[in-house]
Design a protein around this ligand. Sequence first.
Ligand code: SAH
Length: 362
Amino acid sequence: MQTVETDGKTDVKSLTLEELQKTMEDMGEKAFRAKQLYQWMHEKLAGSYEEMTNLSASFKEKCRERFWYASLETVRVQESKIDGTRKYLFGLRDGNVVESVWMQYKHGNSVCISSQVGCRMGCRFCASTLDGLERNLTPSEMLEQIYSITKHTGQRVSNVVVMGTGEPMDNYDNLIRFLKLLTDENGLNVSQRNVTVSTCGLVPRMKQFAGEGLQVTLALSLHASNDEKRRKLMPIANKYSIRELMEACDYYFKQTGRRITFEYSLVGGVNDTDEDAEELSRLAAKLCCHVNLIPVNPIKERDYVQSEAKRVLAFKNKLERNKINVTIRREMGRDIDGACGQLRRKHKESISMEGTGGQQGC
Ligand code: SAH
């Protein structure tokens, strides 16, 4: 693996333990320093070198000179009055902001992280993509979202979903590094089986992902069951057909043994008819999969509306009658801009309005 550099310095929190050991050697330091430093960063979640009490001042000074130590500034935290879901807005070193969500379930705490600042995939209903892609997040910046939330809540995170802003497969190398660090036994040690990566469907990357030897769940944002409808909602559908996507999903299942999740956002009058449900059933029946229905979260920039509640139920019933595993995703944090990219967007808007002497947005 290539080492990661930020501002001309090695991004120390993105290094694997083996890489850190090699780096210590190069620095003329004892090998055990690597494990000490690694555990401070990834297990004890130290916010800075000051907290690393068993390391000498001179060693820490060397580290400061040589390394960039990723950390996030907590810009805003919103807590849902309905279900306790918390939405975090984090500031990055270059002034960009990203959002992450903390959700409590019976089976544990889950964090949804962003993988990029903005997104270039252009899905029509998604707020994250409206201004395009700003930049990729480093592995350390992805990890830090989880570390910061763990410290803020004082509770262990057991599940991680890469379903926030960005297309993880468009930031592939950093994604893989992030997943390895997140699930490393010397770090936070999150179980691979409790990690989900969601993609809009970059077929070559999905296939490559199948060969990484990871046991994570792959979620495919399908949102339509034929190419024509999918192309209206997702520009990526012009590049890869549903047939190619299904082949890639099947390949992922065969390589990893992990059941695929299909995400299907129900948009009123667009993809929620009985015929859509039948077509989706035919696709899903051919694979070991689970369908997650998500009533679309309307964003003000687009005029898509949610399917009516009884339509959502009818759609689900149809899939069930066709013996498809299906759930309707519980809407978490609806009162706190739960939809992908909404909080970051509001924040950006409020800053530009401050600049023009206007009212603050959120
Ligand atoms: N780029 C990845 C992951 C980020 S989006 C992907 O496409 O899967 C996470 C999920 O939320 C995707 O299924 C996406 O299509 C969906 N999504 C985005 N905006 C939404 C909205 N306004 N309402 C419902 N689902 C939305």
